[in-house]
Structures are given as structure tokens and as C-alpha cells.
Write a new protein. Structure first.
Length: 424
């Protein structure tokens, strides 16, 4: 009766015994070969856990620079995790240090300035192109015999019994495991197959992302200007390059994106300024709608959500992937600990620890980014005065400023071993 109710509620097929004879079985199945899924695979595989990763996108497309032109802010804690799993060494020379962060509001003399020298703890973070992170993660997986990559396969059906959960793919394969991790992004087909509901809304904003080359060195300084339409971030990349994350009104973005390269550059200069000298856009321009999403639960029996499948936030704080890496670090730790004790990694007792560990941290970041975006993405005079005074107060209160810096670096809270730079 219990399994029948589970099947009815979550839309899974209980008639699995005949299918197991043709299935490929692993301890952990990760659905989603994006950055969070690959971090988790490397963490588990490095400890000898049998892992399969499946994704509908062919691997060759994942490695195409035109597939994803975004950059990502990697916090100090995430860098430590990437180092432990053997991926960071492949990013040396590809990552640009963030030595300072300057936050300013439109036409206000008040500002917030973070300087890594105030903490004496190394860079505040790093900016790395997503394509470089992905390539490094693939390299870190090459010598892990326990990790099997299955790209170009789409999961169409979930099958469940008390011992296994399996994913049936579009080519007829059945991949079964004790635990399935859905790390398949904001739209998460796996989350939908499991009928996990979410709280979500769209912002009336579009994120425009591009890379610019400029005349002078950025000096490792990341800038975030709050404009009425939303935050405009200038993030330091290697050489004399910066990544632009430009939040624009949804109604205006299509007009900007339809401009010629010359006209687009002129619009960009109005927001960028001339402090880095002459600039030009290099490479393609990407855009995507902005919104918030948070799953009502991260876990079901033998199923867990991770990364954007569980929570997707506004890019205002540059913490999206860092939250996913922390999810992966916690999942890896509780799974490895469970297996060492001879426990079932897919049991609810094990998975409830993951949810308890990660849900509060993620909820706080979801709320913080949503609140900051609403507070700063407007030109309402009373709010502008309040937020500018807030920036100045933090800037002139060293203990509070250092606390904010450590939080941005991912060094506060109940940290899993990987984030602390320790092997599991």
C-alpha cells in the first residue's frame, strides 16, 4: 500500500523487476552533467563510490565555448573544494583573483569597499569562465574509474521500489541506483517527474552577459553598480578583460540586444564608464530571464535535488554556483559517511541530514538576494537614502564589514569538509 501511494503521488512506475535485468546499476546516479553534478561526481568518485552521470546534452557540445559564455564567481570556500577534488589545478592561469569589491549606488557618493588585505586571508574569490570550469571538472574525472559519464541520453521515466530507484532513458537504457541526485538545472525534468512543487516568480528583468576587453588593467577589482533597472556588475577576468553581468528591464532588453555591435557598445559605455579606458565587446552576447525558484522539499525516498534544481537565485550576489558546490560537498560527505557505516545512502534518515544541513543556508541566500534586488532595483528617493546609508554604515564598521566579507567568501556557517579544504 505504501509503495502504491508513493507511485500515485510522485508519478513513478512500480513495475520494475523485469527492467532490472537490462539495467546498469551504480551506487549513485547523478542526473545532470552541469557544474554542480560534475563537482559531486568528482567528490564521490574520488572516494571510490560507484557513480553514473547522465545528461541529454552531448559532451562535445558542453565543451564548445559557444555553448555557455558566462563566467562564475568562485568563492574562497568553493575554490578549496575544487582543489580537494582535483579540479582547481586545471584552472590555474584561467582564474582571475578578486582582490577588492566596490559596491556603489547611482550618483551617490556613498559606497561599500571590500579589500582582501583587511582579512589577510587571500583573494576574496575568483572569476572563471564556465567553459573553463567545465573542462577542468572533466579532466578531474578522467582517472576516476568508478565514475561513468553517459551524455546524450535523456531521462524519460523514474522507476521506484524499496531498494532501488532507476531512470529510464530515451535509448532504452535503465540506470538504477540506491540514490538519484537531480542536478539538472532550474527547469529540472527530474523534479517535475517526481512531482516536487516549487515556489517561484519571475523578475521583470533580463540578464545580459558579455565579455569586454579594455585598455587598462582592472587590478583584480570587481565593481557592482546599482542602477534603477538592476545591478550592473564588472567582474575581473584574465588579462585586460572583464565579464559584464547587466541586469536590464525585461521590456527594454530586446531593444538593447537588437542593436548593432557599435550601438550596443555605446549603451554599455554609458553604464561602464571610462575608468578602464577604451573598451570593446569580444565574443557573443548572451541573455536570460531572471527569476527566483525554491523547491518545497529537497528530498524524497532515494531522490535528492541539488544546485539550481533545488534553488535558483538572482545573480546580484554572484552566489548561485557556490550554493550548488556547497550542496555537492554536503551530499558527498553524508553519502560517503553512510556507505562507510554500511548504511543505505538512499534512505530518508540519511537524506534528511542533507536537507537539514543545506535548507537553512539556501533559504537565507534566496531571501537575501530577493530582498537586495527589490531594494536596489528602483529609483525611489526614500529607499535610495536608506540603502546608501546602509552601505556607508557597513563600510565604516570594520567588524561588520569583515563578517560580510567572510560570508561572501563562503567561510561562515556549518561548513562541510570539502569547503574547509579537507578530504572526506
Amino acid at each position: 500500500m505504501w509503495t502504491d501511494r508513493y507511485s500515485q503521488r510522485h508519478g513513478v512506475d512500480m513495475n520494475v523487476e523485469a527492467k532490472f535485468s537490462s539495467s546498469h546499476t551504480s551506487e549513485i546516479l547523478i542526473v545532470g552533467g552541469g557544474l554542480t553534478g560534475l563537482v559531486l561526481a568528482a567528490a564521490l568518485g574520488g572516494a571510490g563510490v560507484d557513480v553514473a552521470v547522465v545528461d541529454p546534452i552531448p559532451k562535445v557540445k558542453f565543451l564548445n565555448p559557444k555553448f555557455d559564455g558566462r563566467t562564475t564567481a568562485i568563492s574562497a570556500g568553493s575554490r578549496a573544494a575544487l582543489d580537494v577534488i582535483g579540479a582547481w589545478k586545471y584552472m590555474v592561469g584561467q582564474a582571475s583573483e578578486i582582490l577588492e569589491i566596490r559596491v556603489s549606488d547611482t550618483r551617490s557618493p556613498l559606497f561599500l569597499h571590500f579589500d582582501h588585505a583587511d582579512l589577510k586571508a587571500g583573494p576574496l574569490g575568483f572569476i572563471v569562465e564556465n567553459q573553463k570550469i567545465r573542462a577542468a571538472l572533466f579532466k578531474s574525472l578522467e582517472n576516476l574509474s568508478t565514475v561513468k559519464l553517459r551524455f546524450g541520453q535523456h531521462v524519460q521515466l523514474l522507476n521506484y521500489d524499496n531498494q532501488f530507484i532507476s531512470a529510464e532513458t530515451d535509448n532504452g537504457d535503465v540506470l538504477s541506483a540506491r540514490l538519484v541526485i537531480a542536478a539538472d538545472g532550474r527547469a529540472s525534468p527530474m523534479r517535475k517527474l517526481a512531482n516536487i512543487s516549487v515556489r517561484q516568480w519571475r523578475y521583470l528583468q533580463t540578464g545580459i552577459v558579455c565579455t569586454v576587453e579594455h585598455e587598462y588593467s582592472h587590478g583584480g577589482v570587481a565593481q557592482e553598480h546599482f542602477l534603477p533597472a538592476g545591478p550592473f556588475a564588472i567582474l575581473p577576468m584574465t588579462k585586460n578583460r572583464s565579464s559584464i553581468v547587466w541586469t536590464e528591464k525585461e521590456s527594454l532588453a530586446p531593444k538593447i540586444l537588437s542593436l548593432s555591435n557599435e550601438a550596443f557598445t555605446e549603451e554599455l559605455k554609458l553604464r561602464f564608464g571610462n575608468y578602464l579606458g577604451d573598451l570593446k565587446v569580444i565574443g557573443p552576447i548572451f541573455s536570460h530571464p531572471l527569476g527566483l525558484l525554491h523547491a518545497d522539499t529537497y528530498i524524497l525516498p532515494r531522490l535528492a535535488l541539488a544546485g539550481d534544481a533545488a534553488h535558483a537565485i538572482h545573480p546580484i550576489a554572484g552566489q548561485g554556483l557556490n550554493l550548488g558546490i556547497r550542496d555537492a560537498a554536503v551530499l558527498a560527505e553524508i553519502i560517503i559517511n553512510a556507505l562507510r557505516l554500511g548504511l543505505d545512502a538512499g534512505s530518508m534518515n540519511v537524506l534528511e541530514e542533507y536537507q537539514r544541513w543545506r535548507r537553512f543556508d539556501n533559504t537565507m541566500m534566496v531571501a537575501a538576494t530577493d530582498g537586495l534586488n527589490r531594494l536596489f532595483s528602483n529609483d525611489i528617493a526614500p529607499l535610495k537614502v536608506a540603502r546608501d546609508l546602509g552601505l556607508a554604515m557597513v563600510n565604516n564598521t570594520p567588524p561588520l564589514k569583515q563578517l560580510c566579507m567572510r560570508h561572501a567568501m563562503g567561510l561562515l556557517g556549518d561548513l562541510p569538509k570539502l569547503i574547509r579544504g579537507e578530504k572526506i
